[in-house]
Design a protein around this ligand. Sequence first.
Ligand code: PAF
Length: 288
Amino acid sequence: MRIVKDIAELRAVLGEQRGSGHRIGFVPTMGNLHAGHHSLIARARQCCDFVVASIFVNPTQFGVNEDFSRYPRTPEEDARGLAGNGCDLLFLPDVETIYPFGAERAVRVQVPDLGDILEGASRPGHFDGVASVVARLFNMVQPDAAVFGSKDFQQLLVIRRMARDLAFAVEIIAAPIIREANGLAMSSRNQYLDAGQRAQAASIHATLLWMTGQLDAGMDSPAEIEAAATQRLAKAGFDPDYAVIRCAEDLSRPPQTGKERAVILIAARLGGVRLIDNLEWEPANAGH
Ligand code: PAF
């Protein structure tokens, strides 16, 4: 696997690949890779001839009191994992390559409405940072397809919307959430949890399943399910941020229960660690 740090070299390598008629797949990451990331590489491999991953801990998507400085950085281990997992090129830019005029003064991409609710409301500016860095990376790599994990469901929608609105010729592929045996969604932030908290954190997935069970049973008041789920999380020792049922298209409103695709999203803190997870849900008679 080739490791490239600057844009000119990246473009030269990818130009050759494109010239050979190869389809380029891209998996942007912030590193500290786990099985969830490796599943994204595997997904890109399925549909592309040449797979590029990037590792860049993006300062503009972290709020002032968030974990940017302590975000785990493990580039050597990540590179070994990627090389062993079928990645062809690792793009490892430094901050000056991504933000040549400085991160503070950088041109920003905003995704109105969708970027302002839920995660965007809890973490103001977060999705501006995500959309801004992904737009830059798309410009640098110019992939045919890019793979994103569904764990960050709202991020996935933000990126789809950004790519469509800015006419990036890239297919956005959603890959399924990879979970630990107890249901906990894999995340780099799980390593901030001790063994007891990891076991406790399984309650998030259990609560999501309980909420889908309520929808399956025909319970047609999302607000009541959300209130009960929030209580369950609080009882299990979490400080819940939200537990909501939204239309899967743009998360802007509750779904028409029994009629349209929904997604259930939870964000909750456990001992100061903020965890997010979601489950998609379809009515039994969807499309009939
Ligand atoms: O999901 C992530 O790891 C990041 O938000 C992304 C998409 C790499 C942008 O920095």
